[in-house]
Design a protein around this ligand. Structure first.
Ligand code: AMP
Length: 194
C-alpha cells in the first residue's frame, strides 16, 4: 500500500497533481482544503467554525485538520495521497502517530516548487473558475503565502531529517511536472518493492 504526501505552496498545483497521481496509482486523494470547504458548504458546526479563518487566509487549528485526516484514514484501507496536509510541524508529528495507529507507512513526501510570481499568477488564473473567496483577494493570497513561509515551509526540515523528502521543479507545464512526479513515485515503488 502506497502512502504519499504532496507538499508545496498555495497555487503550485497540489490538487491537480494529486488527482493525476491518485488515478494513476489507485490512491485515495485526501485534500484537507476540500474537506474543509465541504464542511462550510454543508454549514456544519465545524464549517461555521473555520469559515472566517479560511476567508482570511489563516491556517485553521491543527486539532481540526488532524481530526479530519484521522476520520478519513479510519474509513479506508486504500493507499492515500495527502494534499495540503501536513501544513505545520505539529501536524507532521500527528501524521506519524496516525500512520502508526492505522498501520501505514509513509513512502515519500514530494515537494513541488515554483517561483512566487508563478504561484500568484496561477492562483489568479484559478480564481476565475474555482469561485474560491481565498483565491480572489490579493491580501488573502499574500497572507496565505506568509502563512506558508512561517508555518508550512519548516515542515520540509522535518521530512529532510527522516530522508523522506524529494523536491521537484513544478514551474513548467502540467505534463512536465506530472512526468517528474511519476518518475519519483516509480522510483520509490521500485525501491520499496511494492
Ligand atoms: P487548500 O485548498 O489546500 O489551498 O486550503 C485552503 C485553506 O484551507 C487554507 O488556506 C487553510 O485556511 C485551510 N487548510 C487546508 N488544509 C489545512 C491544514 N492542513 N492546516 C490548516 N489549515 C488548512
Amino acid at each position: 500500500m502506497k502512502n504519499i504526501v504532496l507538499f508545496g505552496a498555495p497555487g503550485v498545483g497540489k490538487g491537480t497533481h494529486a488527482n493525476i497521481l491518485a488515478e494513476k496509482y489507485d490512491l485515495l486523494h485526501l485534500s484537507t482544503g476540500d474537506m474543509l470547504r465541504a464542511e462550510i458548504e454543508a454549514a456544519t458546526p465545524l464549517g461555521q467554525r473555520v469559515k472566517a479563518a479560511m476567508e482570511r487566509g489563516d491556517l485553521v487549528g491543527d486539532d481540526v485538520v488532524i481530526g479530519l485526516v484521522d476520520k478519513a484514514l479510519s474509513s479506508t484501507e486504500q493507499g492515500v495521497i495527502l494534499d495540503g496536509f501536513p501544513r505545520t510541524v505539529q501536524q507532521a508529528q500527528a501524521l506519524d502517530f496516525l500512520f502508526k495507529r492505522h498501520n501505514r507507512r509513509m513512502n515519500c513526501v514530494i515537494s513541488i516548487d515554483a517561483p512566487r510570481e508563478e504561484l500568484v499568477r496561477r492562483i489568479h488564473e484559478r480564481a476565475i473558475i474555482s469561485g474560491r473567496a481565498d483565491d480572489a483577494n490579493d491580501d488573502t493570497i499574500r497572507h496565505r503565502l506568509e502563512e506558508y513561509d512561517a508555518k508550512t515551509k519548516p515542515v520540509t526540515d522535518y521530512y529532510k531529517v527522516s530522508g523522506l523528502l524529494v523536491c521537484i521543479d513544478g514551474s513548467g507545464e502540467i505534463n512536465q511536472t506530472s512526468m517528474r512526479l511519476c518518475k519519483v513515485v516509480d522510483t520509490v515503488v521500485r525501491k520499496n518493492n511494492f
